[in-house]
Design a protein around this ligand. Structure first.
Ligand code: ZN
Ligand code: ZN
Length: 77
């Protein structure tokens, strides 16, 4: 089933929540600034399976705390 070879340092999930195996070359790893989790941002691991949008955050992301663009959107103008 899951015959993906992972190095000893692999510290990410072994599969996305939709069941696609994760390993070197199977994910995109990036960094995203964010206001939650102390404000330092997250390591972001994105599933590269076509059509899959599963993303994993470390430390865990709190939904609703996405970075607000600058300048902030003006409401009721
Ligand atoms: Zn996936
Ligand atoms: Zn966050």
């Amino acid at each position: 089933m899951d015959d993906v070879k992972r190095p000893d340092w692999w510290c990410y999930p072994v599969a996305c929540r939709r069941g696609h195996p994760w390993g070197p070359g199977l994910v995109s790893v990036s960094w995203t600034p964010c206001g939650c989790a102390g404000g330092d941002g997250h390591l972001r691991v994105h599933c590269r399976e076509q059509g899959c949008r599963e993303t994993w955050y470390k430390p865990p992301h709190e939904p609703g705390t996405e970075v607000i663009g600058y300048p902030p959107p003006v409401r009721g103008a």
